[in-house]
Design a protein around this ligand. Sequence first.
Ligand code: MG
Ligand code: ZN
Length: 223
Amino acid sequence: MEIKVNQGILSSNERTALENKKVFDENGLFVINIMGSPGAGKTTVLEKTIDILVNSVKLGVIEGDIYTSKDAQRIEKHGVPVKQINTGGACHLDAGMVSKVLTDFRLSEIELLVIENVGNLVCPVEFNLGEDIKIAVLSITEGDDKPMKYPLIFRESRAVILNKVDLIDFTDVDMNSLRTDIKRINPKIEIFEVSARTGQGINEWSRWLLEKVKDKNVKNAVN
Ligand code: MG
Ligand code: ZN
């Protein structure tokens, strides 16, 4: 399929994102961009997901953080290749930052590349990285008003992980209204209710993700 794009109207980030996408596709990589507020549980969800998928799929991880490498150190313990991006103040990753660390991986040996974005519910979604899908992580403790207040991340994401559902009794969150609002913003979005702490729902989410990785590999093999 030929995609005609007017280079003139693309931002430089979109151009770099397309270049990244080309590299990902050529190497048969499925790439997800995980976004969510600080403390939503992105890294913990990822750690639990890695433990389930590590024997089924070859993983690589890029950790975005403003200053530290704390999350990368956590991921490293799970035995997967991980590279840190420190944005040095910027509150989101951009395609150029991702492009720079790609040479640090043996891309042909990775099937699923996970990019954990900087903790921020607002602007990471505005910067494509070349990923196949975006994933939102929302802790239910953030409140059921968040989808309507920050709709873009839910509109652009293929799935949302509602984390910390084990804490439901300690909150006033209305799960029905939370789910309804998310579906109103994006009727096609998959919703997973998860507790990364207890492991609830992690299997279901991981199986769904694995299906997506395999789907892309099958398509690449056919082409
Ligand atoms: Mg994190
Ligand atoms: Zn930002």
